[in-house]
Design a protein around this ligand. Sequence first.
Ligand code: NBP
Length: 470
Amino acid sequence: QKTDFGIIGLAVMGRSLALNMADHGFKVGGYNRSRMVTEDLVKEHPHENFIPFYELEELVRSQERPRKFLIMVKAGKPVDLVIDQLVPLLDEGDMILDGGNSFFEDTIRREKSLKEKGINYFGTGVSGGEKGARFGPSIMPGGDMEAYGHVAPVLEAIAAKAQGEPCCAYMGPDGAGHYVKMVHNGIEYADMQLIAEAYLLLKYVGGCSNREMADIFDEWNRMELKSYLIGITAGIFREKDDLSDQELLDMILDSAGQKGTGRWTSLESLKQGVNVSMITAACNARIMSNRVDPRKAAQSLFVSPEKKQPADKKAFGEQVRNGLYTAKIIAYAQGFELLAHASGEYGWNLDYGRIAAIFRAGCIIQADFLDDITHAFEKNPGLTNLMLDPFFLEKINAGQESLRHILAMAIINGIPVPAMSQAAAYLDASRGMPVGANLIQAQRDCFGAHTYERIDREGNFHHEWRLTDA
Ligand code: NBP
C-alpha cells in the first residue's frame, strides 16, 4: 500500500501523532522496532489511514519520493541507530524528521552529516504530551527552509490551532527547532515551579485549604494568568484519592522527577552567558525535592521560624496572584533572552513573536499571556528583553510590590520560594541597582592583579593594595 508519511517509533508519542495524521486524511505508515507495539496499536486503534509495517524496507517502499519519515524514538543513541538503518534505504531529497526531545547539538551534527548525503533532516520539537500529539501539538521544526515546504502541509494540519492559525512554524536552520523546544521546556519548569511556590504561600502562609485554592485558581484562570497549567492545577486541588479518603494532592510524595530538558536549558544558558536563573532555580528545586530522607531527618535539627500570618487572607491571595504574574513575566523574559542570544550565536534568525504565537495552543505553557508576548515582539522585533516592552514594564511596575511582599512573608515563615526569589533578584539587578561587582573587582585585583575599570576615567587600572590593619 502507498503511504504519504512514515512514522518510526510507535510508543505514546509516535502512535498519537500517527493517529492524528491519519485523522487528517494522510496515509500513514507505522513501524516500531518491537513488532508487538505495532500489533497492539492496530488492535486497539484500527484506522483506515494507518498502515502497519513490520519491515523498515517495506515502509520505505510504500512512499513516493521525496519520502518523509518522522522518527519518534527515545532521544539519544536510539535516534542515531534508526538513522543508520534508514539512510541506506533512502534517496537524495528524502526527508527525515526527528520529533523527539533530542539535544540540539546532536541535531546540528545529524543535519550536517545527512545533508552531505542529500537527505533533509528536520529537528522537530513537539510539545503537548500524549494528548497534544493526538489532537494537536505545538510543533517547532528546524532544518532546510526550502525543503520545509514538503512537510509543512502535514505538520500544519496536525498542529493545534490558536485563533485559526496552526501552532507550527519553521523555526530556522539545523538545531533551531530543538533549541526552541528545549527553552520551551525550561520555561515550563520555571512556570510550574512558580505555581508550586504560589501554592506553598497560599497553603502555609495564607492557611488556604485545597478546596479554597481550587476556587482561587479557577478565578485566576479567568484573569491575566489564564493558562493550561493554572487550569489543570485548579482541577488537581479538587481531585479525590482512589486509594484513601484524602485529597490526592496531599497523598503525593513531595519529590519531583525530571528528564533533563530543563537542565539542558540551564547548562546552555551558562555557556551562552545568559541569566535564566529562574529556570535554574526550578531545576535546583527539583533536585532538593529528591532529598526525601535527608529533608525528613533534618526536620528535628533546625529551629522553625515563628509563624506570621497575613492580616487579611483575601488581600494576601491577591498579592500572591500579582506576585506570581510578575514573576512569570520575568521567567519568560529570561527564556526569550536566551533564545535571542542563541539566535545570534548560531545564526538562526529566530522570530520571537512567531515562537510565542505557536506556544498559544497545544503545548504545556499555552496561555493567553503569549498573545501579549507576540504583540511585544511584533511592535518591536529588536526588543532585547521582554521586561522593557511598555505593556510588560507597566505590569512589572504594578506587580513588583506584591512580589516583594509575598517573598518577605515566605522568608519570614520559612517557606522556600527559589524561583520567585530569583525573579526579584533579576529584576533588581536589571533595574540598575548596585550588584556589588565593584567589591568583587577590588578583591580580584587585590589577590590576582586582574585590574578594574573606574567610574571616572577610561582604561584598566591596577592598584598596589596596602591592606593595612586597623
Ligand atoms: P520513549 O521515549 O519512551 O521511547 C520509546 C520508543 O523508542 C519505542 O518505540 C522504542 O521501541 C523506541 N526505541 C528505543 Br527505546 N530504542 C530503539 C532503538 N535502538 N531502535 C529503534 N527504536 C528504539 O517514547 P515516547 O514517550 O513516545 O517519546 C518519544 C520521543 O518524544 C522522546 O524523545 C521523548 O522525549 C519525546 N517527547 C515525549 C513526550 C511525552 O509526553 N511522552 C512529550 C514530548 C516529547 P521498542 O518498542 O522496540 O522498545
